[in-house]
Design a protein around this ligand. Structure first.
Ligand code: SF4
Length: 156
């Protein structure tokens, strides 16, 4: 079993109430080869919600207490992001998911590159809060743009 960011399978869970449907990934859900998770919704955040970015580092730094997640309103939403990531991890473990395909650039789900914390559209190197937690627990992670190459197996 694998998991997929819920916005990639058409759920309207993004900060602005939209989705980023990828038909191929939704097909995996329809075939019962994958489940969907949205860490930000699991963390209790509303949809829509103000966009947020990681300030002072990346997701790994958030778990080490060196960085925080801040919304455009100035609200510190670090705890909600961490709680959502932990709940998502519980779900992955309960379903024995070995890999997860995540939405790029997100402060929760992003991998390798995330928005830089200035709300300017610029990117920085780093991973999201949930991506970092999943990696720390040995779950393979990939983003939606290159998931077949990144996971490199997928004998679903
Ligand atoms: Fe939810 Fe992750 Fe998609 Fe953001 S990127 S809407 S946290 S599934």
């Amino acid at each position: 079993m694998i998991a997929i960011s819920a916005c990639l399978i058409g759920d309207n869970v993004r900060y602005d109430g939209s989705h980023k449907l990828n038909d191929e990934l939704r097909h995996l859900i329809q075939e019962n080869k994958a489940i969907a998770i949205c860490p930000e919704v699991l963390g209790g955040l509303t949809t829509p919600r103000p966009p947020a970015e990681i300030v002072g580092g990346d997701g790994f730094d958030v778990w080490e207490g060196r960085a925080k997640v801040v919304a455009t309103t100035g609200e510190d939403v670090t705890d909600a992001f961490k709680q959502g990531a932990l709940k998502a991890l519980e779900i992955l473990q309960a379903h024995q998911c070995t890999a997860v395909i995540l939405k790029s650039k997100s402060p929760s789900c992003g991998m390798f590159k995330i928005y830089d914390g200035t709300f300017s559209g610029e990117l920085k190197s780093g991973d999201g809060v949930s991506s970092a937690l999943f990696m720390k627990h040995g779950i393979k992670v990939a983003d939606e743009s290159n998931w077949k190459a990144q996971l490199g197996f997928l004998s679903f």
